[in-house]
Ligand binder design. Sequence first.
Ligand code: BJW
Length: 259
Amino acid sequence: MAHRGRKLKGTAGLEMSDKHERRDDARRIVILTGAGISAESGVPTFRDAGGLWEGHRIEEVATPGAFLRNPRLVHRFYNLRRADLAERQPNAAHQAISRLQACRPGRVFLVTQNVDDLHERGGSSELLHMHGELRRARCERCLARYEWDQDLGTDTACWECGRTECVRPDIVWFGEMPYGLDLIEQAMSEADLFIAIGTSGLVYPAAGLVELALERRIPRLEFNLTETDASPYFSETFPGPATQTVPRWVEQFLTKDQA
Ligand code: BJW
């Protein structure tokens, strides 16, 4: 997945090339979600509030270097977010996606950058957490990964090898390889439609998926509160809160699909 190299100028050029894109009904859909889909459930996004947590930039707490320098700070960041999850409920956008998946079994590949579990609790059983999950831990020493619902600390013993000072949240930090890139590339190579919901399109390789879709000339839909830097790469942007735009689109899509 190439990093975005050049910015497309306006949408006029895209309209021209879109004429040649396939317009038949989408059979295989890839949906990429980001923090915006969980915003209306009360989970803060990364960049909307200045990207700060207690005065720290996200890059200061979400890197392997930060964990080496200050593991207590990093554990606190994730412990608070893990505990907060219990207060959050999936919203209408999570539920609309699971309805779409239920109506088109095996044909909607859902990949989320989010580390919350709101898609699962919204009814999606098939999805890929490319940036890991808050409710999982992993051991830096024996590389075991497992479900973990409790606070983590430097004294937490690994479930597998029993050692301490090596258990960390199972989260993909800056500079680390996201999970499931081979599956994502495979799904993108078969997709007829690409949809991005609630993501700023700033973090790679997720941000590069729309470019893959553009190369394959498949339709690309963006759902976001506003236009983003990535909007020129999409065929269509649906502005507004995801809890309104996504269920409306899913209903229309399924109605057309069943007609
Ligand atoms: C709504 C809404 C509503 C709000 N309705 N919408 C220089 C150039 C290019 C790349 C790099 C570079 N230097 C380094 C890199 C690579 C780096 C990167 O991309 N950095 C950028 C910052 C430049 N990437 C990596 O390091 C990744 N690994 C990697 O590249 O490995 C090597 C590799 C090489 C080749 C191929 C493959 C791999 C790893 C990235 C890990 C990201 N980790 C984080 C934190 C960990 C998780 C956590 O703590 O929770 O993941 S960063 C953070 O950003 C988090 C998110 O998943 C991710 C994306 O953010 P997201 O979801 O888009 O949220 P926001 O807040 O940015 O946007 C929210 C959007 O919602 C906004 O647009 C709102 O408008 C919208 N919204 N309410 C609809 N109601």
